[in-house]
Write a protein that binds this ligand. Sequence first.
Ligand code: GLU
Length: 439
Amino acid sequence: MTNTNAAYEFIKNKNIHEHEFNQAVSEVLNDIIPYINNSEYDHHRKYAVIERLVEPERIIQFRVVWHDDKNRVQINRGFRVQMNSLLGPYKGGLRFSPKVNLSVLKFLAFEQSFKNSLTGLPLGAAKGGADFDPRGKSDFEIMRFCQSFMNEFYKYIGPDLDIPAGDMGVGSREVGFLFGQYKKLSSQFHGALTGKSTLWGGSSLRQEATGYGLIYFLEQMLCSQDEDLKGKKIVISGCGNVAYYTALKAIEHHGNVLTLSNSTGYIYDKDGFDLEKLNYIGKLGRDIYKYSEKYSSAIFAENKKPWEVSCDIALPCATENEILKEDAKHLIENGCTYIAEGANMPCTIDAVRLIKQRRINYAPGKAANAGGVAVSGLEMAQNAGKSYWSKSKVDNKLRAIMENIYQICELHGNGDLAKGANIAGYLKLSRAMIEQGLI
Ligand code: GLU
């Protein structure tokens, strides 16, 4: 395949109902195909590198049966997309959400292969989860679900095979239940999952890693323009782990964080959040609207997204496709000059096109949010070496990894970090693929 359209049409037709997956593939092919479209890369066509990169090595789908607190039988669908094991064992999170389906997981697993390759760590790529909604469930319901999920899933994972972690809907509580059941079934205590509690094999800073890493990456972007975070107006979407620690690190580095959000709306504090306010938000759970009852400097905008707030920097940390073209337009018209993605693929293709046309400094999730999986990689190293590293050691390594990812993207993209991430990721994956033969 020699042109982007032909390649994309071929893949799209093969996966006709998988919109998110096709979106992620098209975004990558737009950068890759023109780059390899010369005789130097003939062997990539001969070895069908692109066709193999978009085809998961294995997909596992299974039934998860559990009973709720009212003793009713519940059935969910569990999945694991083992995208590729080119650079190491399969690695990537588990997502529990009613929105989970194969298209979403294939897009996430595809993105994960580029992201993991950029970390420089020996990590393959995978993503999994279930169409299970953890919201409103009791601890015992969550536990029974996790145990039933693992009853099937344990056969396919292990420290040298596939190492899942958390993602949306899967935090330390779920990882605990999953690990407990894995241990019971396998009779092994080893690092088959990351994101574990630091009491029993987890790495320090794993929870904070995606958010901290995003800010370290953003600081590189700012630095390249002789700027820094001090006093910059920042809007953040989301209220989960990524958004929370992004806000925390931004505040620590003197950024002026104005918003956080969830699916019910966003809170906007014109005076900005400080650590005490952030701590309060952390305690509110889903009821973030209560923030404006306590702080008169704030409003709660029900059912709205924070992209209408004037800012210098936007950090989408909620979910895929949360910034549409109109949202990007609002951001740009209101003065935003930096967009860095804490979530995976939060900007639609049209939004990214506009952002690039207007020459906004833009960092794609596969580069800017790689801090989470990077510290998972460090957790694996600590587990394999049967050791624990100090917070400062992990933090220094995380910072170095994010700075290195920035340099690589800059080098390969000539100022276009998204293109740089795609090309750098592709070059590494394609080389491994060719070296390892037709498998
Ligand atoms: N779910 C996270 C991501 O999107 C982390 C994956 C991991 O730690 O394996 O990269």
